[in-house]
Design a protein around this ligand. Sequence first.
Ligand code: SF4
Length: 260
Amino acid sequence: MVTEKEFIPFQAVPLPEDGTGETRGKALSHLYQVLWDSYGPQHWWPAKEPFEVMVGAILTQSAAWGNVEKGIGNLAAAGALSPAAIKQLPLEKLAQLIYPCGYYNAKAHKLKALAQRLGDGYGDKLDDLFRLSLDSLRRELLSIHGIGQETADSIILYAAHKPIFVIDAYTRRILQRLGLAPPKEDYTSYQALFMENLSHDVSLFNEYHALLVRHGKDTCRKVPLCSGCSLRHQCPYGLQILSGTATAPASGESRPPARH
Ligand code: SF4
């Protein structure tokens, strides 16, 4: 359990020019510890097989996880939760099965592209794909239609079990509010922040990302619930909200896409 005394106040952490350094690493480690103390283990990824993780990573783009589960359930019931089965399934039928996930036509094309690459390049053997080095695997995934950085990194971490940090809208929002955002606010800079300041441990990256999503969904929402947040004494944004010197965003504003 991290006490308030032990915790480094985020706004007191000097940020080196390059966004890295021992203090930044300590702040990220403490943040992890507080989230862990608040929420406990998240048991990600909620899937039985690596291919199900890959399918889920595509279906969850701009979709709530509950709807993704319905789509995956439909695929499983139709015996279509394998690369070979997805390749054989007519596109319209595939789109129909994943209808609950939204953007079903576009996502059907993405699943087809994934299944095609797995078949052509690896004989449908995921182990052969995952044998690639982390960098080669990332390049390979990013070259497949419909797989962007967040989706590729989710597959690398949660299906291939290689150490890469997944960045999403929740992570960006939480780090911005805590005063921990990198100077350059792009995906690569956020990812470098974690990769350069934490040990490359699959279990740590797995749990840390899951905890950030949990915190972003439950507490650090678009309209944050700062009064009940374990980080409220260290968070510059939360302190402003609670002291009345800043106004929380209106609830009608857009929210980051719910992933899980
Ligand atoms: S204090 Fe408020 S803004 Fe800061 S992390 Fe907690 S919920 Fe988010």
